[in-house]
Write a protein that binds this ligand. Structure first.
Ligand code: PDD
Length: 281
């Protein structure tokens, strides 16, 4: 399929980057994953604002305006839809600091490497939504700048593998006994009708769905609170949910082999999830 590399449109299999690219050498770059429904990118401006924040944190200059990014993504979405008919799409944007002789110091004035690709967005099936996600928990061993959406994802890869090794969908992480997030999604806790998430700080990535969940709760009259959440509170939750570009909102129905929730809803998608998923659609 078609992709974009440094101003050129070419086939994905023809796109090549230098071995001295700092993305390859140091993981010195940022990325975004934007969902598109029927070719229309969802929450584009919010994704652009986060991209600007990530680039700013790494002192990389944004090589394109938001309008240019949009035009670029549109062209790739159109090409994908024309060749595959994919109903929904996923746009991946990556910017690295650029190519330079290996040296940790940030070389000023480098031309950032720009890469964009688009693929079909694979969403959970109704059966998978009905079943919910099986998750495992782990210590959050990532670095303390998790708010930056960087391509340095080794810790996220290792965290994800903990759940993959047992055939589970995600790894829910705790730092010093408090919930942070999952390897590539945010985590939500429902207790007594209140939707709770951890505070927005440097220990987690503020998903674009993070603000959206808050907005949807407000619109639905569901109490919403951000605060430190203990492991005991997570284990005693009425409902647990994941959110991300690809998962949208997804119920966690088992954590460490224990069914989530209480009473008749135990181990099943809960009512708050059902309302938020409907609102999301
Ligand atoms: N992951 N937390 C982490 C660590 C993430 O990597 C992601 C997204 C999220 C959710 O953010 P959003 O709602 O903006 O998708 C939270 C993307 C999808 C990925 O790495 O593929």
């Amino acid at each position: 399929s078609l992709c974009h590399l440094n101003g050129e449109y070419l086939r994905l299999c023809d796109a090549k980057v230098s071995v001295l690219d700092r993305g390859f050498i140091f993981g010195d770059g940022v990325y975004e994953v934007l969902p598109a429904y029927g070719g229309r990118i969802f929450r584009f401006e919010q994704h652009m604002a986060r991209l600007d924040r990530s680039l700013g944190a790494l002192r990389i200059h944004n090589p394109h305006t938001h309008a240019e990014w949009l035009a670029l993504a549109r062209r790739l979405i159109d090409a994908l839809v024309a060749s595959t008919g994919a109903p929904n799409q996923l746009v991946y944007i990556q910017i690295t600091r650029g190519v330079a002789p290996r040296d940790h110091v940030m070389v000023p004035g480098l031309r950032p490497t720009v890469f964009v690709m688009v693929s079909e967005m694979k969403q959970a099936t109704p059966a998978q939504r009905e079943q919910g996600a099986r998750c495992v928990s782990a210590d959050d061993f990532r670095w303390k700048m998790a708010h930056i959406k960087t391509t340095s994802l080794l810790a996220a890869v290792m965290a994800r593998q903990i759940s993959a090794d047992v055939g589970a969908a995600e790894t829910v992480m705790f730092r010093d006994g408090h919930l942070s997030e999952a390897s590539s999604s945010n985590v939500w806790v429902v207790k007594n009708g209140v939707v709770m998430g951890p505070p927005k700080d440097h220990l987690l990535l503020e998903g674009i769905r993070f603000g959206l969940i808050e907005e949807m709760c407000q619109a639905q009259g569901i109490p919403f609170e951000l605060r430190r959440i203990t492991r005991a509170e997570v284990l005693d939750a009425d409902e647990l949910m994941l959110s991300s570009a690809t998962k949208e909102v997804l119920p966690i129905t088992t954590l460490d082999d224990q069914p989530v929730g209480h009473g008749a809803a135990r181990g099943r998608p809960g009512p708050i999830y059902t309302r938020l998923y409907a609102a999301y659609q």
